[in-house]
Design a protein around this ligand. Sequence first.
Ligand code: RIB
Ligand code: CA
Length: 306
Amino acid sequence: MLKRPIIIDTDPGIDDAVAIAIALFSEELDVKLITTISGNVGIDKVTRNALKLLKYWNKEVPVAMGASTPLIRQPEDASDIHGASGMEGFDFEEPTNELLLKENAVNAMYRVIQESETPVTLIPIGPLTNIALLLKVYPEVKSNIQEIILMGGSVSRGNKGVMSEFNIHVDPEAAKIVFDSGLPIVMAGLDVGLKALVLPEDSAKLEHMNATGKMLHSLFKRYRGGSMKTGLKMYDSCAIAYLLKPDLFEAVDTFVDVELNGSLTAGTTVVDLKGYLGKPSNAKVCIDVDPERFREWLLDSLRKCN
Ligand code: RIB
Ligand code: CA
């Protein structure tokens, strides 16, 4: 079976680590490149975290470092959620820089996409700065992008701002460039991320499942995206889940814009479910997920890991 070529743009990030594991060990996917973006923690830390994960799994996927700040705004991080290192809670071996490309993320994405014989799917699971820069600097790349399946946004309330989800909140201008791009976009936002939970019984299974489960269980003890008791939010895995098993989700085609100017609402994804704005659809927005089938899929997927 021909594997689907993907690029993961990520800010690891404990929930990013889960999504990356599932993608790397899926028989359906060919992870051509991992690009890093400043988000949960700074660019040097998220890049080292990506390298740490690849060393842990002994996976030789090239890594390219991306933007260290949003397009315009000052960086905001989520170290309160992921710890100071961005992946607190497990003692990874220090990686070498063998897999780290000299190219920056934008140039690496452009090269990989243009070299691909089949259109590439982009999986952004952090702020969208790199993707926006790619589309602005190399607009011709659009013809070889299959679709963008992103973790970000919210039909309703936020988790960083009152109305803004973290990935969009950090770089709203970048998000607007992406949603305005005309490319096929799937938005997996908080409406599904908050229901995509690892429950205590799942964490217990993970601990003795395999080396990946052991590592994730250890990270989950420090992860503050929910709690071991009430459930841990697997935000970023929703993007991979939609790619591999879209029937877990309910999604609607609708118009999405990004608020840039509100002093209280910048970073809000305005999801026009009722068509008040009279604009054509520019995204497929995930509005619900089957929590039980998601958990089953997540555990089955992690069982395939080393
Ligand atoms: O709002 C959740 C998103 O913010 C996830 O991508 C998580 O990793 C953080 O980056
Ligand atoms: Ca992330």
